[in-house]
Design a protein around this ligand. Structure first.
Ligand SMILES: Cc1cc2nc3c(=O)[nH]c(=O)nc-3n(C[C@H](O)[C@H](O)[C@H](O)COP(=O)(O)OP(=O)(O)OC[C@H]3O[C@@H](n4cnc5c(N)ncnc54)[C@H](O)[C@@H]3O)c2cc1C
Ligand code: SF4
Length: 512
């Protein structure tokens, strides 16, 4: 009697906990390109190519290491279209004592897996998700009883637990966080290294053809696919980042540049989220680069914080607050998602650039996601479900456990401040400071009112004005509300009128 180990498309590492007790003499692995998972939202075409190709490569790797593997391709005659039916069918062909599966990353899938035992009348073992450093219990022990859940304090605990960038019990360099040295915009003609490009091999080419024919109505472009699809390739991307870009990661972390979303970022989110890379090895590589004197502390710490801090924190946060996290809508946002989020057709250059980067690459960096695309959704009050679905569709690294806290809690302030101490709302001047988008925009970032004025400028004040009952008492918003109360009333009312006109145009799907 043997066990069936079910491996999901984001669990692609031989070190996953479900393989720990695999008996190569008796057990089998099942991997399947499931239609239900590929289409429950219309994922970006490049994301589907990446996941299917990485799965196929991983299944070959398993077989080469002696793991008996049943692999069901998307267009195979015996593909049953949904995970449960595929497992049921496989169980009908073989005799298994039990099923083992690593804890799925998403709540929806965990609920589904938890029904298998009774439906199939077989023992189902759910092993811990070891693609993360912190366990869910570690997060809930930290979070229980707190009034506020701030990433910064969780991150310090993680530093102490892992001894990363620590000098005995103190943070290396004397500070936990070096953001004060970061957040610089680019000067004129910045010298930006190119990202690592990997040419598709035969397996990826086969998947590209499949996606072109079967997913033609999905968002995004397929051309110039250059992601790694193996662990070896992902390690290569990481190594090039550490050698070439990490040195400037800190200072340019928040900068944006027309026509280039990659900049000094690592581009490894999709590999971490599918298991091709494990978080601790990434952190160790960055820490080593600092200890060897190859990169400054502001870059090493800034990068490590994203993974040891933010990534671990949002994952803990997701499981701690699900399922209610999905229903939050503190600011009662109701607006439908404007078409330009799909087409990129808008005269607002920053939005058009960020949507087009996303369409082309299934990638935009953090500040594009937060302070341009997210900021617009926050200021105009786009309904959480619609904008969450958009973010889940469009990025190659998007999975609900990481997308939902970032979008609902960070961008939309939909949980009334559990995650963020205040809304990440900004006027056009922030975008102008951190990017060169405004230089070639139809609108003028310097103007506050009138048809030429940058819409972010009046939308910002409209947002603060319409939510003052909910936001004014926030201690971090006191200064801005005090500025608002001192503003010239005629000018202020003019901005509110301009915002109303703009929002009406948006409602009528007119070009903005
Ligand atoms: C609205 C919004 C939606 C987002 N959706 C996703 C998503 O679906 N999937 C996703 O992995 N990240 C998401 N992020 C976080 C972040 O933007 C991406 O992880 C990052 O842009 C990926 O590119 P990179 O690998 O070059 O990141 P880098 O800037 O090089 O950062 C390194 C790594 O740190 C981690 N990281 C950084 N910021 C965060 C964060 N806020 N939350 C979790 N991990 C973080 C990621 O694993 C990332 O790969 C979102 C952020 C926002 C504001
Ligand atoms: S002027 Fe306003 S809309 Fe245009 S790019 Fe700048 S911030 Fe964006």
């Amino acid at each position: 009697m043997s066990q069936l180990v079910v491996i999901l498309g984001d669990h692609l590492n031989t070190k996953i906990s479900s393989l720990a007790n695999f008996n190569k003499e008796t057990d089998k692995v099942l991997m399947s390109e499931v239609k239900e998972e590929a289409t429950y939202v219309k994922h970006h075409k490049k994301k589907i190519v990446f996941v299917f190709s990485a799965m196929r490569h991983f299944s070959n790797e398993l077989q080469n290491h002696g793991f008996a593997t049943i692999y069901v391709k998307y267009d195979a005659a015996d593909n049953h279209g949904c995970l449960f039916e595929q497992v049921k069918y496989t169980c009908s062909l073989h005799t298994f004592k039990s099923i083992t599966i690593m804890h799925p990353g998403e709540y929806r899938l965990l609920e589904e897996v938890m029904t298998w035992e009774s439906k199939l009348n077989i023992t189902v073992n759910i092993t811990p998700d070891n693609r993360f450093i912190a366990t869910q219990t570690f997060f809930s022990d930290w979070a229980d009883g707190r009034k506020q859940y701030r990433m910064e304090f969780f991150y310090r605990e993680m530093r102490k637990q892992t001894n990363v960038l620590m000098d005995d019990k103190q943070p290396m360099g004397g500070k936990w966080n070096y953001d004060a040295d970061n957040r610089k915009p680019f000067g004129k003609n910045p010298d930006i290294p190119s990202r690592t490009l990997l040419a598709p091999d035969a397996i990826t080419n086969e998947v590209l053809t499949l996606v072109e024919t079967q997913f033609s109505d999905h968002f995004g472009e397929l051309s110039n696919f250059a992601f790694a699809t193996t662990r070896e390739g992902a390690l290569g991307v990481l190594s090039e980042f550490i050698k070439i870009r990490l040195v400037d990661y800190g200072q340019y972390q928040d900068a944006m540049l027309e026509g280039n979303p990659w900049l000094f970022h690592s581009h490894i989110g999709l590999y971490l989220n599918t298991g091709l890379l494990m978080p601790y090895e990434v952190i160790q590589a960055a820490e080593e680069a600092f200890l060897n004197g190859h990169v400054p502390i502001n870059s090493a710490e800034g990068f490590i914080r994203q993974i040891l801090g933010w990534r671990e924190y949002v994952r803990g946060f997701y499981w701690y607050f699900m399922p209610s996290l999905k229903e939050n809508n503190y600011l009662e946002a109701k607006r439908a998602l404007p078409d330009f989020y799909w087409t990129g057709k808008t005269r607002m250059n920053c939005l058009s650039q960020c949507v087009n980067d996303t369409k082309e690459h299934a990638y935009a960096h953090h500040i594009q996601r937060l302070m341009v695309l997210g900021n617009f959704a926050l200021l105009t009050g786009i309904e959480p479900k619609a904008i969450n679905e958009w973010y889940l569709v469009v990025y190659a690294d998007a999975y609900e456990w990481v997308e939902l806290p970032n979008v609902s809690s960070m961008v939309l302030f939909a949980d009334a401040g559990n995650l963020a101490s205040k809304p990440y709302a900004a006027s056009g001047s922030y975008i102008n400071k951190m990017s060169n988008y405004c230089k070639s925009c139809d609108y003028s970032v310097k103007e506050k009112t009138g048809t030429q004025a940058c819409p972010f400028n009046y939308l910002y004040w409209h947002f603060l004005h319409r939510h003052q009952d909910k936001l004014r008492s926030n201690p971090r918003m006191g200064m801005i509300y005090s500025t608002m109360s001192k503003m010239d009333q005629t000018k202020f009312n003019h901005m509110l009128d301009d915002a109303d006109t703009f929002l009406l145009k948006l409602e009528n799907n007119e070009e903005i």
